[in-house]
Write a protein that binds this ligand. Structure first.
Ligand code: FAD
Length: 451
């Protein structure tokens, strides 16, 4: 049985490894366009600043490592066409330019997502970058080494833009963050967004909101960013304005695309094409809190989906023992300087959009016993369905936000309600938190609103 994966980062390599375990005899090949497979893209912002010093630490496994497991990984190979009817692929070797045909019995599409670089005048100037792959980070690092930029502009106040801003600041650059919307961290409610904006300013990052970039100026190299009547001098630009799913290959092969723009799959990660599965940032899933279609391009989710797709592709369609991927809560976290910022489930706006009548409560609490040295502050907001009391979403920002978000994600997953959270038995000792967890404190405030 010949099994092929298109794309070899989180979802593709996880699918290949799982398939190898399920079927030791299968012939498995991974086609990967970039020069390395298995890249830890989540570590790229920290590689820019040298916080992660060694490049090789961001490559979890090399083609030789995969070869030892009997998996062939062909890097710098792009699959250009899938002929789903005849189960054939057209492939180009990007190193030699050679084109050839391959065949498959079963296929996993794991083409991921790509960073958007908006078509703004001047976007092709030297010194204007995006950050998606290790090769992008290599280019930014080489530019920084050659030109020693003093001023950097980061376009976009989502989590990648915020992580990049922090890491360029660590390199000693004067960093400006430019966001088109009226606040940074747009995926979050206003209380969290304001805290993030204030924290950036406190750390010395200048934040411009409601600022739509109209032009990058300069001769050959970027020298400025123009938005509205403002023009900022800059020696380096990194755009983090969003990502889009890479679905062209699947679409041209006839695979159904969902309303989010990503590939439609069922719970077994099967596409609408026979013997073709898909996983990772290129696929649409379901938000379990709302039941609505969702596209959540995150690394942990890509791995989990890859596990399901790889297992099922190795077993074959309708096989017994097939795995299912139920959906996501969109749980995510990022660090910006001294604070963690995370969310899970639905924001207030999303919950209302999904037809819930919402009741919410927010508190700010000490992150450890208030008398314990090093106690910080943490903000938490809980969002519940007013009819049933079920927890629908949570957001947190500050010291220890990661733990709070993971507890809330588990609570939403388990369909717990606000009264459950008031009495939930969580761990306590002074160095780890206040006697009553901020979750319990917020749930108590919330329970008062139910009357
Ligand atoms: P990708 O990583 O996009 O990999 C797909 C691969 O397929 C690419 O290498 C692409 O070149 C290749 N490919 C595409 N088309 C073809 C083709 N036709 N032929 C051959 N190869 C092809 N997620 C988190 O959960 N937490 C984080 O903290 C986090 N931080 C991040 C920070 C940054 C800077 C970035 C860029 C991403 C971050 N992510 C994070 C997201 C995470 O990296 C992605 O969700 C994850 O890498 C998705 O894996 P994937 O395999 O689905 O797709």
């Amino acid at each position: 049985m010949r099994l092929i994966m298109v794309g070899g980062v989180a979802a593709g390599t996880k699918a290949a490894s799982r398939a190898r375990r399920v079927d030791p005899e299968a012939e498995i090949t991974v086609y990967q366009e970039e020069p390395e497979p298995s890249i830890s893209e989540c570590g790229l912002p920290y590689f820019l600043s040298g916080t992660v010093a060694a490049r090789e630490n961001l490559v979890a496994r090399t083609p030789d490592d995969f070869a030892e497991k009997g998996i062939e990984v062909l890097i710098r190979h792009r699959v250009e066409r899938i002929d789903a009817e005849n189960k054939r692929l057209s492939v180009r070797n990007l190193a030699t330019g050679e084109r050839f045909e391959d065949r498959y019995d079963r296929l996993v599409i794991a083409t991921g997502a790509r960073a958007i670089l908006p078509p703004i005048p001047g976007v092709d100037l030297d010194g204007v970058f995006r950050l998606r792959f290790l090769t992008d980070a290599d280019r930014i690092r080489a530019y920084v080494q050659k030109h020693s930029p003093k001023k950097a502009a980061v376009i976009g106040g989502g989590y990648i833009g915020l992580e990049v801003a922090e890491n360029l600041h660590r390199l000693g650059m004067e960093v400006s963050l430019i966001e088109g919307a009226n606040r940074v961290a747009l995926a979050y409610g206003l209380e969290v967004a304001e805290r993030v904006g204030a924290h950036l300013e406190e750390k010395g990052v200048r934040v411009y909101t409601g600022a739509k970039v109209e032009e990058f100026t300069g001769d050959r190299r970027v020298e400025g960013v123009r938005f509205g009547s403002d023009e900022l001098e800059t020696d380096l630009v990194v755009a983090g304005v969003g990502v889009e799913p890479s679905v062209e290959l699947a679409r041209e092969a006839g695979a159904e695309i969902g309303q989010t723009g990503a590939i439609r799959v069922d719970r077994r990660m099967e596409t609408s094409l026979p013997d073709v599965w898909a996983a990772g940032d290129c696929v649409q899933t379901v938000n379990l809190a709302s039941g609505e279609p969702a596209w959540v391009p995150l690394g942990d989710t890509a791995n989990q989906m890859g596990r399901v797709a790889g297992t099922n592709a190795a077993l074959g369609p309708d096989a017994e023992g097939a795995l299912e991927f139920p959906g996501v809560l969109g749980t995510g976290i990022f660090k910006v300087f001294d604070i963690g910022v995370g969310k899970t489930g639905l924001s207030e706006r999303e919950a209302e959009g999904a037809g819930f009548e919402v009741v919410s409560a927010s508190i700010e609490a000490a992150s450890k016993a208030s008398y314990y040295p090093g106690a910080g502050r943490v903000f938490i907001k809980l969002i519940c369905d007013s009819e049933t009391g079920r927890l629908l979403g949570a957001e947190a920002a500050g010291d220890g936000a990661d733990k709070l978000i993971d507890v809330c994600a588990t609570a939403i997953w388990g369909r717990l309600s606000c009264p459950d959270l008031v009495n939930i038995d969580l761990a306590y000792a002074p160095p780890y938190g206040p006697a009553l967890s901020p979750i319990i404190q917020a749930a108590s405030v919330l329970s008062g609103k139910f009357g």
